[in-house]
Design a protein around this ligand. Structure first.
Ligand code: CMX
Ligand code: CO
Length: 146
């Protein structure tokens, strides 16, 4: 069961400058940064709500590490902006299977590694009314590291 918005993914050309915009404009601080080579992104997670139980909501700022990555291709075509939304679930495997059974294309056979040790998969935007949709199961105790 999808129970919350885990994050909104935002594609940007320059992660450091974008992080600084969110800090200076809204006061959001970086909770976690990492490079995910498989996904081809350098990312910063900005925690929006106050919980620390793995049930929080984030903005995920994404800078491509290579031009042929999902975010790199998307940026070249669209410029900066909202790239995907992510729903949180305790059971990404079961929910992905159930949604796939409804005829929506699930992009991965098995969930892959996402931010902070989470497990993630994606639904094809063409089957979701134009919205790239991610499903996330957080790690039991996500660790913040800068
Ligand atoms: N939102 C909405 N539509 C999108 C989209 C997005 N983010 N990305 C691509 N599309 C659309 C394109 O506009 C295109 O539509 P048209 O055919 O009408 O022009 C169509 O989907 C195909 O796009 P493409 O540029 O040819 O790109 P690909 O098919 O190679 O890849 C996708 C699209 C969704 C399969 C790929 O982006 C993907 O695998 N995404 C999942 C992984 C990912 O996004 N990782 C980065 C984030 C990591 C994280 O969140 O941790
Ligand atoms: Co994401």
């Amino acid at each position: 069961m999808l129970t919350r918005i885990d994050h909104i993914g935002i594609a940007c050309f320059d992660l450091d400058r974008t992080v600084e915009f969110y800090r200076a404009t809204y006061g959001f601080e970086v909770f976690h940064t990492e490079v995910n080579e498989e996904q081809g992104v350098r990312e910063a997670m900005l925690k929006i709500n106050g919980t620390s139980d793995g049930g929080a909501s984030y903005l995920q700022l994404l800078e491509p590490t290579r031009e042929d990555s999902a975010v790199g291709k998307w940026l070249a075509k669209n410029g900066e902006g909202v790239h995907h939304i992510a729903f949180g679930t305790a059971d990404v495997d079961g929910d992905a299977r159930a949604i796939g059974d409804k005829g929506v294309r699930v992009l991965y056979d098995e969930p892959r590694r996402g931010s902070m040790g989470s497990r993630i998969t994606f639904l094809h935007p063409k089957d979701c009314h134009g919205v790239l949709t991610e499903l996330v199961t957080s790690a039991p105790r996500p660790e913040a590291e800068h």
